[in-house]
Each structure stands twice: as structure tokens, then as C-alpha cells.
Design a protein around this ligand. Structure first.
Ligand SMILES: [Zn+2]
Length: 408
């Protein structure tokens, strides 16, 4: 029951198939690999093949064969929240928020950490490693700890204090690196070839990547096996975007949903290599980036997955958009005030981009739209509200309450 239907790895460029082993790219052309499944069997059984709760409900479309390797902290089944008040503010017919802040470490990263660490066990590794702007580090640390593996986490020097605390708590070894993600990832990726640790990075590992696909399956199942018209996904190197796109495409292929959503790739304007390439109809050129409040989107060189993201956008008629840091912070407040959802800046970049695209009339107001909010706001580092304290007697307390409630 609930066995994996994975059959092979396949190169996205030349189509060569490989057995289900630990392999990061194609032998022939160095293309990225994606997982293949026995879709004939899955089509026959229908979505009833999914049983149990949490992310591993979708084990039949994940590449981990032995249930004993499926390390879990209770990830997945995040809420798909109907947001009528925010929809009215934006002037759209229907708006859903897929809020990933409810995952065990507060971010969408837990979806890929659970399959990454499970794959590390499947292939007999005793250590994991990741280069992180903050969220991936604490998540890989947590799942590695749960699995009894060592984790070597390289963390962005400007990561927020709450993220740093979280990484220090969960990782076996935490090392702070100078500069931004792009400065370390290239050389770290070369160390991966030595197989001294399991690759928990976002750039190549298909087993890790695959866990994030479940976000699409959940959205569809939460809408009674329908896809929204539009899904807005964040893009750093493109892992969440590609995985969501793959998930919807698979479900459409077996007829579990009638159509795929239009995908929107959301980036921070300060790290918008994919958006620039999409706008200018050209290949991606890496850009030098500085700090953005959307820390998780701070990648100037999205590598091969950036190109894959661009290809999917072109192939499926998707849209790419970006937003300035100020717009992202404004979206964060708006979301909290209208819907009570406290998501981090990386998480609300999708909302900020949606607002921009609506104002540019690049998106139809009459659509059913789903934004992916990739992280909790509880790891945000921002200036504290005033701590100026007031002393009360009953009369002054009454005056204040009366005055406050009279405010519009
Ligand atoms: Zn190939």
C-alpha cells in the first residue's frame, strides 16, 4: 500500500533514461534529470491511490521506495485559505493563499527536505549539506536530525536573526559564508561530486526537488481535484515553480484535473534574472545582486533550473513578474490586516507581484487565483513596534478604549 510508482530518471534535454540511483545530471549532455512514474498504473487506480495524511499521502508519486526511509516531522497538508477580503481589495473574483508557514520549520522547504533526507537514507549517506539563505538550512538540519544524519549547513551572513537561531538549533554544523548565495554555490556544487555528503541543494537533485511537487497535488485535492486558473509561485532558482508546474502537468496527463493552471513566476526586483530574460525574450544572464528583504529569493544566477523555469514559462504561456522590496513589505502588512496571515517577505513576494500584474492588467480579474505563500512571518527581522508603555486608572482606560473604537 502507498508504494512508490517511480520507474526511472530521465534527462530533460536529451531524454536519456537512467535507473533510480543517486545521479544529479545526464551522463551524455549534463542536462538536469526528472523522475518518471508508471502513469498507466496510476491512471487506472485514480487519486484513490493516495491514502493517509501529510505529505507522504502522495508517496505513490514520490521516489522513495521503502516507507522506513520516509522521515517525517508532520509536513504538508498546509491550508489553502480562501481570501475574500483580500480579493475585494485587489479587485479579483476569487483568491486563495496556499500558506506554507504551517510546515514544521515554517516554510515550503520542508516538502523538499523530507524527500531529500529520505533519499539520503535510501542511498546510504550519513551526512547532508546545503547552502542556504536561511530557511533551507534549518529545514535540512531538522530533517537530518530526525533521521539521525549529520548536517553541514552553510548560511548566508545577512540571514535574519530568527533564521540564524533556528539553523544553529537544528544543524549539526553551522558555517556562515561571506557574500550571497551565488558566491558559494558554484564551488559547493563541485564538492557534491566527491559524495562526502548528500546534495540537499536546490540546483540539481531531482529527489529533493520532487517533494515540492506535492504542493500542486494538495492545491488540486483541496479544490476537489480542480486547478485554479492561475498559480503564482516564487522563484529563486526555480525549484518550487518547476515542481508545482510538474505536479499540475502530471495530474492533467492522467485526467485528475481537466486543465493546468497558468503559472506566474514571482521574483524580487533586486534578484530578477528570470524575469529580465522572460521580458526580453533571451536566455538568462546571471546578475550581481545585493540584499533583498525576500532573502529566500536572493539568487542572481539561477543556473540550469532558471533556464528550465524560463522554458516552462514559454512552453505553457506563463508570466514572470517582480516587485520592489517596499512593495513586498506593503503586501506583508496588507495580508496580515485583511486575512490575518503573517507570512515572511520571501513568502509574500507572490502577493506583491500579483498586485503589480493586476495593476498592469497582465492578469484577468475574473480568474481564480492561488498565491503560494512560502514562509511564515515569524522568522522576519524588522524594526520592533514602539514599546512605549502606558499606565492606566479605570477612567483613563475607558477613555482610551472609547477613543480607539471610534477610530475608522
Ligand atoms: Zn541528456
Amino acid at each position: 500500500m502507498n508504494g512508490s510508482h517511480a520507474t526511472a530518471l530521465r534527462c530533460i534535454q536529451c531524454g536519456t533514461s537512467f535507473p533510480l540511483e543517486y545521479r544529479l545530471e545526464c551522463d551524455r549532455c549534463a542536462g538536469l534529470l526528472e523522475l518518471q512514474y508508471d502513469w498507466a498504473a496510476l491512471e487506472k487506480s485514480g487519486p484513490d491511490v493516495f491514502t493517509g495524511g501529510g505529505l507522504w499521502r502522495y508517496a505513490p508519486v514520490l521516489p522513495i521506495a521503502d516507507p522506513a526511509h520516509r522521515v517525517t516531522l508532520g509536513e504538508g497538508q498546509s491550508p489553502l485559505l480562501d481570501c475574500p477580503a483580500l480579493a475585494r481589495r485587489l479587485g479579483v473574483r476569487r483568491l486563495y493563499a496556499k500558506f506554507e508557514g504551517s510546515n514544521p520549520t515554517g516554510t515550503v522547504k520542508d516538502r523538499s527536505s523530507t524527500t531529500a533526507v529520505a533519499a539520503a537514507l535510501q542511498f546510504g549517506f550519513s551526512a547532508t549539506s546545503v547552502v542556504s539563505s536561511g530557511n533551507a538550512g534549518s529545514s535540512i538540519g531538522a530533517y537530518s536530525a530526525k533521521a539521525g544524519l549529520r548536517s553541514l549547513v552553510f548560511a548566508y551572513e545577512k540571514t535574519s536573526a530568527p533564521k540564524l537561531l533556528h539553523m544553529a538549533a537544528t544543524a549539526t554544523d553551522l558555517v556562515i559564508y561571506q557574500g550571497v548565495y551565488d558566491d558559494l554555490i558554484g564551488i559547493w556544487d563541485r564538492l557534491v561530486e566527491d559524495r562526502v555528503f548528500f546534495d540537499c541543494g536546490a540546483s540539481r537533485n531531482a529527489y529533493k526537488h520532487e517533494g515540492k511537487k506535492t504542493i500542486a497535488y494538495e492545491i488540486a485535492e483541496q479544490l476537489s481535484w480542480q486547478a485554479p486558473d492561475i498559480v503564482v509561485a516564487p522563484v529563486a532558482v526555480g525549484e518550487t515553480f518547476i515542481a508545482a508546474c510538474r505536479g499540475f502537468a502530471e495530474m492533467a496527463q492522467v485526467g485528475w484535473i481537466s486543465k493546468q493552471p497558468q503559472m506566474v513566476a514571482a521574483q524580487a526586483a533586486r534578484a530578477n534574472a528570470v524575469v529580465r530574460a522572460w521580458r526580453e525574450h533571451r536566455p538568462i544572464q546571471p546578475i550581481k545582486i545585493g540584499y533583498t528583504v525576500a532573502e529566500g529569493l536572493a539568487a542572481g544566477d539561477p543556473g540550469k533550473k532558471g533556464s528550465w523555469t524560463l522554458a516552462l514559462l514559454q512552453e505553457h504561456g506563463g508570466i514572470a513578474g517582480d516587485a520592489e522590496d517596499e512593495e513586498i513589505l506593503e503586501a506583508q502588512r496588507l495580508l496580515a490586516q485583511t486575512e490575518g496571515i503573517w507570512a515572511g517577505p520571501t513568502g509574500v513576494a507572490t502577493l506583491a507581484v500579483l498586485r503589480r500584474l493586476l495593476s498592469q492588467k497582465a492578469i484577468n480579474w475574473d480568474a481564480t487565483i492561488c498565491i503560494i505563500l512560502s514562509e511564515t512571518g515569524l522568522k522576519t527581522e524588522a524594526p520592533l513596534p514602539s514599546r512605549q508603555a502606558l499606565a492606566f486608572d479605570e477612567a483613563s482606560l475607558r477613555r482610551l478604549v472609547t477613543e480607539r473604537l471610534a477610530r475608522r
